[in-house]
Structure formats: C-alpha cells, structure tokens
Unconditional design. Structure first.
Length: 331
C-alpha cells in the first residue's frame, strides 16, 4: 500500500474532491465523502478537503435507489481540476457498466480527469473504474454480492472479495456501502495522519479502523453447537501485543482446537489469526510513532515486533515507508 504523504501544503489549500453521482445512486453512499472528508480539519478548524458532487449528464435532479431524488449542483466540470475523484455505485437496471462498458456521458466525464488524479470507488462503483480500464492488472474489491459477476465481467482484474478496501496508491476500491467509510477514513489517515482521521471518525460516531474484511459480513449457515466466538481471545491479544502469542494459547482460551479456532477466527474477522495480529501490531506501532518520543527499538518491542528490523519490514510492506519516514511525516 503506497503512501501518498504530500507535504503540509495540503493543509494550506484544501484538497479538491469530486464525487460522481449517477442515476440509481445510494443516498447513504452519497453522504459518506462529504461527512468523512468534511470532518477532517486542521487544529485551527480549517477544512482540509473541498468536496463537490457532480453528475456526468449535467446539474439537476438525480434519481436515487430510494423514493426520492437529489439535486446535484454540478455537471462534470469539477472533474477537470479535481485531485481525487470518487465513483459511487449506481443501481439503475439499464446501466451499461454492468456489461463492461461506459455510457457516452461517463466516457466523456472520464476524459476530463487529469492524468495522476487519485481515483476511488465505493461499492459497485468499481465497475466504472474497471470499464474505463483503470483496474487492469490490479487487485480490487467490490461488494461481496457482486464479486463473482465483477470477476466474470472483468477477468483482467484481480478481485479480492474478502477485504474492506484495496489501496493501489492512486487507485483505490472499497467493498459495499459502509466500507466506503473505512476507505475514506483510510485516505484521511494516509493524507494527514491518524489523529486527524480519528477526529473525523469520532464526529461521525464510527470506529477509526475496523478489524478484518467483508468476509465477516457474508451470510453463512450457523454451525451446530451454539454461537461460540473468538472475541475473548482477541481482547486478550490486544492487551498483550508486546509479547509472543501462540495460536495454541489463543485457541485454549476459547476451548477450541487450533483448527476450529482458526476457521472461526477467519469467519469472524475475514483474516487469519496471524494476519490479524500483524495488523494490530502495525496499528500499535503507528500510534506510538505518531504520539510518543520512544525510540524505534522501544516501539518495536512495545508493538510486539521484537526488533526494529522486523518492524521496519512490516511497516514497509503495509505502509510503503520506514518507521523513521512515517514518524517524520505524521509526528
């Protein structure tokens, strides 16, 4: 996951975001960018983003998938100078994007977007990016219920139906509906650090970071034997990230075999126990790098990586930067 850590000049001039709303838009999704990015502010209260909603066919009423329309104030013109463009899902039954092609209006709108602009999709908005060719050869995600159709329609895209979002640097995709919140908070965190993202999350009354992926929300048959979970083991692990944690130890806490525990853990979080622990340790290291004066060696021990070299390897893999670079950017 590449970091797009621009210099602090971003705080001086609001980052321009264009949100593309089309007929059949989901009202909930339509409000996500304005709410999350609108809540991102400097300590002095100045907005860090400017969000403009536009429709490819021009300003005016846009049908939603509910029983009302919304009045969109802009046509496609804001796409020409936007630094980030967000494509939302469209539930119009006649939409051509589900067949792998763009409407004339949307193709013309894509032509306005400057090279290097950050492109983002929420839910099945990924169809538009894929139909325009921007996801070719890349890993991407969409709503789990559309993942099979999406992969069949765009075989050149590497679809991951389990995650909440995928970050390819300047091209990002999210899973269904509420996962757009996770992706937008991720972008705020990537642009301006955890503290700013946390404030925006608190104003929206959502967690700054959700564990696991969308696999945990896919409906599956309830197994016989009752609603056993791995919540106790996860809470135990979060309080002891600074020491080695054996899978057998965590499974014993839930009175499960290692095999059953691993399967149940993945069902509930969308990732394996080992992947989950690494995610939590990376998050702990980020918090300490941003908020403390501890040495990198001490942070590596506190986060459970053991050595600075191990932490450097994990942060480089997840964040695309070294611990020292991350601290210089966000401290």
């Amino acid at each position: 996951m590449a970091m797009m850590c621009k210099d602090r000049a971003m705080a001086a001039t609001p980052h321009r975001i264009a949100v593309v709303a089309q007929h059949g838009v989901i009202p909930f999704e339509l409000g996500i960018p304005a709410r999350i990015f609108g809540g991102a502010r400097t300590p002095e209260g100045k907005g860090l983003y400017e969000v403009r909603t536009c429709a490819p066919y021009g300003p005016g009423p846009v049908r939603t998938d509910a029983d009302f329309e919304v009045n969109v104030p802009h046509g496609p013109e804001p796409l020409a100078d936007a630094e980030t463009v967000i494509f939302l899902a469209s539930h119009e039954r006649t939409s051509s994007h589900t067949e792998g092609r763009l409407s004339e209006e949307l193709a013309a709108a894509f032509a306005l977007i400057r090279p290097g602009t950050r492109l983002v999709s929420i839910c099945t908005g990924a169809y538009f990016l894929a139909a325009a060719g921007f996801l070719d050869g890349l890993r991407a995600t969409t709503h789990w219920n559309s993942a099979v159709h999406f992969q069949q329609t765009f075989p050149q895209v590497k679809v991951d139906p389990d995650v909440l979002y995928v970050d390819n640097g300047d091209i990002l995709t999210s899973a269904g509906v509420a996962a757009g919140i996770d992706l937008c908070l991720h972008l705020v965190r990537r642009d301006h650090g955890t503290a700013v993202a946390n404030v925006s999350a608190r104003r929206t009354l959502v967690p700054p970071h959700r564990e696991g992926g969308q696999a945990q929300y896919i409906q599956r048959p309830v197994p016989d034997g009752g609603p056993a979970t791995t919540a106790t083991a996860r809470a135990f692990a979060l309080g002891r990230l600074d020491r080695p944690l054996a899978l057998r130890e965590l499974a014993d806490m839930e009175s499960m075999s290692v095999r059953t525990f691993t399967r149940r853990f993945r069902e509930e979080t969308g990732v394996s126990p080992g992947q989950w622990l690494t995610q939590q340790r990376v998050e702990r290291a980020r918090q300490l790098l941003e908020s403390s004066d501890l040495t990198v060696d001490r942070i590596a021990r506190e986060a459970g990586f053991g050595t600075a070299a191990s932490m450097r390897q994990h942060l480089q893999a997840v964040l695309g930067v070294s611990p020292s670079t991350y601290r210089r950017t966000f401290r």
